[in-house]
Write a protein that binds this ligand. Structure first.
Ligand code: PMP
Length: 343
């Protein structure tokens, strides 16, 4: 892979915006450089544009270098930045699996980039060769998602390695749900693959969807490109503070994950006993994809009873299927009680 050839010419030539906090980063007695209001500390000050403290902590947790981390307003931000950095509108394309997370398509549409979708196998596995066959000289990115949304399954590691090694563009592996599949992350292999971008998020296992903090892990060269084109102060002070605070309590996160994995097994078992359930697909994530007789009918019944799940019936390979997030034990019991009233 040649990153200089992969990057769009205008981005390569871009002179990025230089903020006050980029130009001077040290301590000082008086800051009169950013047209800030001197009152209402600490919120009067612009945040660190590169979120150094947060990255230092993440680097320790994830056992990678701080320079291999980009932080965005959710993982949706790096998804969009990948298109803007590498895909020429109206000319380039990306390849992805089908079904998968909907934002790859939306970000592609916003950036006027063709999406080549390769249907998963019936058991939701994928083949690296099938994806590689769809690529051409204008394919800049391949997106895969593991565990995949909405199917819930981890993708095969050997196939992923084959995909990464067999492609001369970037392979983006979205690991939003990876904490629910212990030991399965590709992050430990980041240094072996200069064309690998891994996405993770604070929205799922860490329970912080509300603060909007997503992570991209990649080579320092790729991270430098993200930093060049991002909004100058893309992560606000409150988010940075809250993330630092919560990372001090990693044990809480681990307990939540453990509880959700246990609840997932219990829920899967209970759901599979209902006569209207055709199949509960195996899940490595914090949700279950459940095939039913009359999924829409069950969906409507649950809505009428104040329980909202996601109807994925219209999604390819997911006909008659609902996606059910694993909730707290109490929430899952409410769901079970309502479904029991149906039989
Ligand atoms: N990737 C996948 C696969 C997801 O399912 C989601 C959220 N539904 C995201 C990314 C978005 O995460 P974030 O909240 O970090 O934008």
């Amino acid at each position: 892979m040649n990153l200089q050839q992969l990057i769009r010419k205008n981005i390569q030539a871009l002179k990025p915006y230089s903020s006050a906090r980029d130009e001077y980063t040290g301590e000082a007695m008086v800051f009169l450089d950013a047209n800030e209001n001197p009152f209402n500390a600490p919120y009067n000050r612009y945040p660190d544009p590169l979120q150094r403290e947060v990255k230092k902590k993440i680097a320790r947790l994830k056992n990678c270098a701080a320079d291999q981390i980009f932080l965005g307003n959710g993982s949706d931000e790096p998804i969009d930045l990948l298109f803007r950095a590498f895909c020429e509108p109206g000319q380039d394309n990306i390849v992805t699996i089908d079904p998968t997370y909907g934002m790859y398509q939306v970000a592609a549409d916003i950036n006027n980039i063709e999406v080549r979708r390769v249907k998963l196998n019936d058991d939701y596995s994928f083949s690296a060769d099938a994806l590689l066959k769809e690529t051409d000289a204008n394919t800049k990115l391949i997106f895969v998602c593991s565990p995949n949304n909405p199917t819930g399954n981890l993708l095969d590691k050997n196939e992923m390695t084959k995909l990464i090694q067999g492609f001369s563009g970037l392979v983006v592996v979205d690991e939003a749900y990876i904490d629910f599949a212990p030991g399965a992350s590709l992050l430990s292999e980041l240094n072996q693959h200069p064309n690998l971008v891994i996405l993770q998020t604070f929205s799922k296992a860490w329970g912080m969807a509300g603060i909007r903090l997503g992570m991209a892990f990649a080579s320092e060269e790729i991270i430098r490109i993200f930093n060049k084109i991002k909004y100058p102060y893309n992560i606000n002070i409150l988010t940075q503070q809250k993330a630092l605070e919560l990372m001090e309590q990693e044990s809480d996160k681990n307990q939540w994950v453990e509880s959700l994995i246990q609840e997932r097994a219990k829920l899967a078992e209970q759901l599979s006993n209902f006569p209207f359930v055709v199949k509960v697909f195996p899940s490595d994530a914090n949700f279950l994809l459940v095939k039913m007789h009359d999924a829409r009918g069950i969906y409507n019944y649950l809505v009428e009873n104040g329980i909202i799940v996601r109807d994925r019936s219209k999604v390819v390979l997911c006909n008659e299927s609902l996606r059910i997030t694993v909730g707290s034990p109490e929430e899952n019991q409410i769901l079970m009680d309502k479904l029991n009233e149906l039989i």
